[in-house]
Design a binder for this molecule. Structure first.
Ligand code: ATP
Ligand code: MG
Length: 274
């Protein structure tokens, strides 16, 4: 099981869109994927997947304990499940509600997730957990980073986005220092860019010069198709219509790089880990 957090301080840098579509392409390849929406805005769970928290929600498990398996919900897509966000996360984010175990609480939930899910859902395997974070460097994001093997940072390459990127990387270093020394940066994904414009080309170059190999070769260009897919609550790879193929292929290219960087060989059917 590989746990990946998607984080960036910058709002609107495509964290939720990347989680949604990476989950789509990984599930397409036969991996069993569990998304966790830890953002109180509830974008990934409610807006993108159309899945609402049930009686036992993520915040309940974090605050009061309980089986995290009971919070897992099905989506409309095979191999793809989600723990949706819920309103209780707001109080954790603001510090109004303390959680026992602090920053390491989600990590402890995830170490027993397989057993909890076996007990509650009879699902015996998860290959990937993708955690979608709020646009802030707060206790929820730190919980996600502390619980993860990798962090993937979707980047808005413009000037405002680059400042937030530096802060995000510093925060990842704090997570490594204080809570999770084995956390690795999986990569920076340049998103929502138009390589036909001189401005976007130049900003992409700055990011590549600064962060080198950390930046994925794959970029996701700006297109209304990407927005349409989330609006329709269907990841690009499952959207019908030839107009979506080009964008689905960008996420397939991202999948290939993610599998290489995490040591999955061919990746099909979730069986071939190094
Ligand atoms: N490649 C793209 N082309 C066009 N629009 C995009 C692209 N990627 C993301 N968007 C749009 O940009 C907006 C922000 O994306 P998203 O919600 O994924 O960002 P976020 O980082 O999760 O935001 P927040 O910080 O609020 O959680 C959305 O309207 C989304 O549809
Ligand atoms: Mg989001």
């Amino acid at each position: 099981m590989v746990v990946v957090t998607l984080a960036n301080l910058k709002g609107g840098s495509a964290k939720s869109t990347t989680t949604f579509n990476l989950a789509g392409v990984l599930s397409e390849a036969g991996f069993r994927v569990l998304c966790i929406d830890i953002d109180p805005q509830k974008t990934l769970g409610e807006a993108f997947f159309g899945v609402y928290a049930g009686q036992t929600a993520l915040s309940t498990v974090l605050i009061e304990d309980g089986l995290i398996g009971t919070t897992v919900q099905a989506t409309n897509f095979a191999n793809l499940q989600i723990i949706p966000a819920d309103d209780g996360l707001k109080a954790i984010k603001s510090g109004q509600t303390q959680i026992e175990g602090g920053e390491l609480r989600l990590r402890s939930c995830l170490t027993r997730i397989k057993a909890d899910i076996d007990r509650t859902n009879n699902i015996n395997q998860i290959d990937w957990i993708l955690i979608d974070c709020p646009p802030s460097l707060d206790r929820l994001t730190m919980n996600a980073l502390a619980a993860s093997d990798y962090v993937l940072i979707p980047v808005d390459p413009g000037a405002g986005g680059r400042g937030a990127l530096g802060d995000t990387i510093e925060y990842v270093q704090s997570a490594q220092r204080w809570y999770n020394p084995t956390l690795k940066v999986l990569g920076l994904l340049i998103n929502n860019t138009d390589p036909r414009t001189v401005y976007d080309q130049a900003t992409e170059e700055v990011v590549r010069e600064t962060y080198g190999e950390l930046v994925f070769k794959t970029i996701v260009t700006a297109s209304v198709r990407v927005r349409e897919s989330s609006e329709a609550q269907v990841p690009l790879v499952y959207c019908e219509g030839s107009e979506f193929v080009r964008y689905a292929d960008m996420y397939r290219a991202l999948r290939k790089e993610v599998l290489q960087r995490t040591g999955w060989q061919r990746g099909m059917n979730g069986q071939e880990k190094n």
